[in-house]
Design a binder for this molecule. Structure first.
Ligand SMILES: CC(C)(COP(=O)(O)OP(=O)(O)OC[C@H]1O[C@@H](n2cnc3c(N)ncnc32)[C@H](O)[C@@H]1OP(=O)(O)O)[C@@H](O)C(=O)NCCC(=O)NCCS
Length: 323
């Protein structure tokens, strides 16, 4: 038994925060942010908007687009590092709000969370579950120190979801790689109730290396090469990291999806938002090979090779904010 992605759902908060807005808050400017990071604007949650709200929105769209009823779902997985509370799990609220049956569990691999969650969900399907709703959702704006220009410019909020359904045969997840280097866990942290602290330069250096290495391991496991890839969907943290990885892999830059300019770093939502936007823009055709890669605090990294087919896309996809 394998699994395939049967639908998408996305949610981005309505509130836009531009670089000029940030320049009113800390000593920075649009030129510096664009040249060092590649971000022009990002979305942040409203005062009353929780990560659970965003996860419910994205998950609800993926459920509706799948054509399945809530009772068909066996498991909800929410990848997040910014839950609204320590317990219960964010997935428990999502399950209740959507009226979904079955199990509910959170996964925290920070910005690698969605790709880890995909491997977890597909593994569950391989061992007996039929349908999984997987959501990556984060409100990074809640743990950013808005007085720290080194981190305030980077992070953002959002949610992206997919429905997974069981199929006979190997399914669309061809290979994956999960890794973590715990010796680097001090490089990017946020204590409970605290804000993000980061060694930006070292995180940058490790991100380029681990992302490239994980990508190559996954391609080797699947017995394919970079030349076989139609699209690379990397974690959207910094356009210079994406460029460096693309160059190291020897991939044509036009095949790398870049949405960080308007998404910012949405952590676990980053990969599904970027994938959904690429699909929405018609950049994928049935049979294409797509490589998803996440990296983040931990230092975690995860990559997954997916054989694309046309899933239903939720109306009001990634480009549409607010509702
Ligand atoms: C954070 C990051 C953008 C900083 O860029 P950098 O090129 O490493 O910049 P540095 O930290 O070396 O700072 C260079 C200068 O710019 C200044 N600076 C830092 N942030 C600034 C900002 N937002 N605006 C203006 N100047 C800034 C620094 O104070 C420093 O000034 P100095 O030379 O006078 O001391 C970059 O390291 C990065 O993106 N790292 C990866 C972070 C990441 O992706 N984290 C999430 C992983 S999931």
């Amino acid at each position: 038994m394998g699994s395939k992605i049967v639908s998408f759902g996305h949610y981005q908060p309505a509130r836009v925060l531009t670089n000029d807005d940030l320049a009113q808050m800390v000593d920075t400017n649009d030129e510096w942010i664009q040249s060092r990071v590649g971000i022009k604007e990002r979305r942040v949650a409203g005062a009353e908007e929780s990560v659970e709200d965003m996860a419910v929105q994205a998950g609800g769209k993926a459920l509706a687009a799948s054509g399945l009823s809530a009772g068909d779902i066996d498991l909800v997985i929410v990848a997040t590092c910014t839950p609204d509370q320590v317990m219960p799990a964010t997935a428990a609220t999502v399950q209740d709000a959507l009226g979904v049956a079955g199990g509910a569990v959170d996964v925290n691999a920070v910005c690698s969370g969605f790709v880890y969650g995909l491997a977890v969900g597909a593994g569950m399907v391989a061992t007996g579950l039929q349908r999984v709703l997987l959501i990556g959702a984060d409100t990074m704006s809640r743990i950013v120190d808005w007085d720290d220009r080194g981190t305030a410019i980077l992070f953002a909020d959002g949610a992206g979801a997919v429905g997974l359904d069981a199929v006979d045969g190997p399914g669309d997840l061809l290979a994956y790689d999960l890794d973590n280097d715990g010796t680097g866990r001090h490089l990017l942290t946020a204590d409970i109730g605290g804000t993000i602290e980061m060694d930006g330069r070292e995180v940058f250096r490790r991100a380029v290396r681990t992302t490239t290495d994980s990508a190559l391991r996954t391609l080797a496991k699947a017995g394919v090469t970079v030349d076989d890839l139609a699209l690379l969907v990397p974690h959207q943290a910094n356009v210079r990291i994406i460029d460096a990885v693309t160059q190291r892999l020897g991939l044509d830059p036009s095949r790398a999806v870049v949405t960080v300019d308007h998404h910012g770093n949405t952590s676990a939502a980053s990969v599904p938002l970027a994938l959904g936007e690429a699909a929405d823009a018609g950049r994928l055709a049935t049979g294409d090979l797509v490589l998803l890669i996440g990296f983040g605090a931990g230092m975690s990294v995860a990559s997954a090779l997916v054989r694309w087919h046309e899933p239903a896309i939720a109306p009001g996809g990634p480009g549409e904010a607010g509702a």
